[in-house]
Design a protein around this ligand. Structure first.
Ligand code: PMT
Length: 223
């Protein structure tokens, strides 16, 4: 890889978790820290890209030279990502861990405890990655797949179903890797090949990923 893999490219990256409100004081979320997505934003910037980072709620500082747009819910993420792609986008990378479901309604007041059990009705959230990849003016699109079993099969299925150019399979079953850790290990798949990276720091993995993505993007669209 080199420092010019993405010179002049417009890149939109999603990162972090989403937060789906249950009532004014509670929500559904997950353990994503945003580290992988922020590391990719830094690496893409260092490789010469203009980067817009659509970030769920995380505690990380904004990377230097990157435009950060903050969101809370999956619906916010779709709206902001679509808006950023409308402004012009050569490469879209989805690292966010988006809640697949949200509470059907957010209670106006704090829910009181009463019976021993309670149930919450959930509805499907929109899929930002599939929506962007399905556009007629879709950018080169890279998804992530957090899997615990059959990583290769689920990842390649997801790449075909969501019409992605590449997918980064993240084995989140291994201790110390994946969600909310400093290190990661991934296998990148494209339609006729694959390559594993790591275990290594998310910073180093992001640099390698940006170089690889840049190679594939520039092969497809040399400009
Ligand atoms: O944030 P960190 O702590 O650094 O952890 C990084 C990570 C483990 C979260 C990251 O590397 C990762 O694997 N992200 C994908 C997590 C995930 O939940 O994947 P998924 O299999 O549910 O979704 C597949 C793809 O569709 C992802 O690119 C996701 O961003 C996208 N998606 C999913 C659902 C949805 N409603 N909208 C989406 O855009």
């Amino acid at each position: 890889g080199n420092g010019t893999a993405l010179t002049g490219k417009r890149v939109v990256i999603t990162a972090g978790p989403t937060r789906e409100p249950i009532d004014p004081v509670r929500y559904i979320s997950n353990h994503s820290s945003g580290k992988m997505g922020y590391a990719l934003a830094n690496a893409a910037r260092a490789a010469g890209a203009h980067v817009v980072l659509i970030s769920g709620p995380v505690t990380l500082p904004a990377p230097a030279g990157v435009e950060v747009r903050r969101v809370l819910t999956a619906e916010d993420m779709l709206r902001e990502a679509s808006g950023a792609v409308d402004e012009g986008c050569d490469l879209f990378i989805a690292t966010a861990a988006v809640a697949d479901y949200r509470p059907e309604k957010c209670a106006g007041d704090k829910i009181k405890k009463s019976s021993d059990t309670m149930s919450l009705s959930l509805v499907r959230n929109p899929d930002t990655l599939a929506t962007i990849a399905g556009r007629t003016d879709a950018p080169f699109t890279v998804g992530f797949a957090a899997e615990t079993t059959d990583v290769e099969r689920y990842a390649t299925d997801k790449m075909q179903r969501k019409k992605l150019n590449m997918i980064v399979a993240n084995d989140v079953a291994a201790p110390g890797l994946g969600f909310n850790s400093e290190n990661n290990a991934v296998t990148v798949f494209w339609p006729d090949g694959h390559e594993s990276i790591g275990p290594d720091s998310k910073t180093n993995i992001a640099r390698r990923l940006v170089a690889m993505i840049g190679d594939h993007l520039n092969q497809q669209d040399p400009s």
